[in-house]
Write a protein that binds this ligand. Sequence first.
Ligand code: HEM
Length: 157
Amino acid sequence: MKKLSLSVAFAAMMLSSGFVACNKDDDAPAPKSLYTRMTNNSPAALAKVVDDFIGIVVADNRINGVFVAFGTTSSQEKVLNLRNHLIDQIGEAAGGPFTYKGKDMITAHRGMNITDAQFNALVEDLGKALTQNGVSMADINELVGILAPLKPQIVGR
Ligand code: HEM
């Protein structure tokens, strides 16, 4: 009995000292990035989200006037430029292999006088595009949480 309690004490000491390696965490799969969860690592899936997003924005009377007024919708080249910047920006924000190379948000939105309501409408449209591409509400909220701090750089400029 004494022997048993000694070995129990020894095992407890080794465990609490961290001396006994615990493999549990090593074997657990690495957590997936938001980008992986959203797109299954497919750049084409992200491009599809952004294409749908632009389609929804262009059809949204609450905000499409801004894109018309600033000439974005006047040429395919401009829409393509915005699309590619959004892919990089969202892809990078979600932890994917992308690097945003466009203008900073203050410069990009200067002179537009974007309102809170317009900002919220655009975020809602992004949520719709993500939902229709099978992204979960939790992941949508996580992405919106990453983009939301940009609001002061975009609204009222
Ligand atoms: C989280 C919110 C937003 C993000 C992440 C965002 C992101 C961007 C990006 C990446 C660009 C391209 C910058 C470049 O060309 O270098 C851009 C441009 C632009 N954004 Fe936003 N934006 C947001 C909100 C808004 C809102 C609310 C509006 C209007 C309702 C808006 C209207 C525009 C317009 C008109 C352009 C110019 C496109 C062009 O150059 O033709 N954005 N935005």
